[in-house]
Ligand binder design. Sequence first.
Ligand SMILES: [Zn+2]
Length: 318
Amino acid sequence: MIQQASWQAYEFGITCIDTELFRPGLACCYLVQSGDEAAFIDTGTRNSVPLLLQVLEAKGLRPEQVRWVMPTHVHLDHAGGAGALMQLLPKAQLLVHERGAAHMIAPQKLQAGSLAVYGQERYQAAFGDLVPVPEQRVVIAREGDLINLGSRVLQIVDTPGHARHHYVVWDSTSRGLFCGDSFGVSYPELNDGLQRFVFPPTTPVQFDPDAWHTTIDRLAGFDAQHVFLTHFGRHDRVAEFARELHQQIDAYLGIVDRMATQSSPEPASLAEHLMAHSQQVLSMHKRLVPPDEIRRLLRGDMELNAQGLVHWLQRKSA
Ligand SMILES: [Zn+2]
């Protein structure tokens, strides 16, 4: 059976496509159209590629019209499908952060690292073997670079904090920032009207809270009208969002500090503390989400976040 793509069109030729990783509403990527050219910002995984092609066709675009494939960083929920997608887009170039480029050209190390994070079974089901991207199709993205797409100019912003190989795309046409993971994670199921729940993905192995605080301030400085998150979708009220994310990063560090006074915390018990903290923040929202539902939605993230925080603590004290 062919899976039907789930997508949502916004203004300014921007389409949000659910990449269907683990569950609907967890991860997306964006198709941006301008004139007769298009770009994908993030790709999802190998399994997402047929969905991306479906949406391209639905938008009346041919694969040759895609000029750029732009993984915001080389974590596999964002870049896992890049190699397989590039094989189907004959004119596209892959725009990748200088610290991530080698992993796209020779993905063995990236695959091994991700296997260690997810475990064999979960890794294979979600990501499969990575497809290398030929070196001559790779373009390095650097801070301040301006990228032409049809009549649009996209600006690259270097955004360490979640990962050192992360960039964000500023699109002055929509006054939007395509943030990857640099502006946090915020799931539709946990938001209502004015209240948003956002948290930092402190995924292994390059979480850097100081750099991240600086990145959030820089991004807030663009005075964007929208942020386009990979997890998940478009959000407005950017300044409030930034404030909340700053607070959440500090709250995470507080939790780690309290747990780390005696010995290095166990990831499983740290994940429970992060979950309890999330439940507590959400309990102050007007629309209450049942605790079991919160647990279902956040369990995977809290486990990854705990792993990343323990890794950070070890690096810090090494
Ligand atoms: Zn991500």
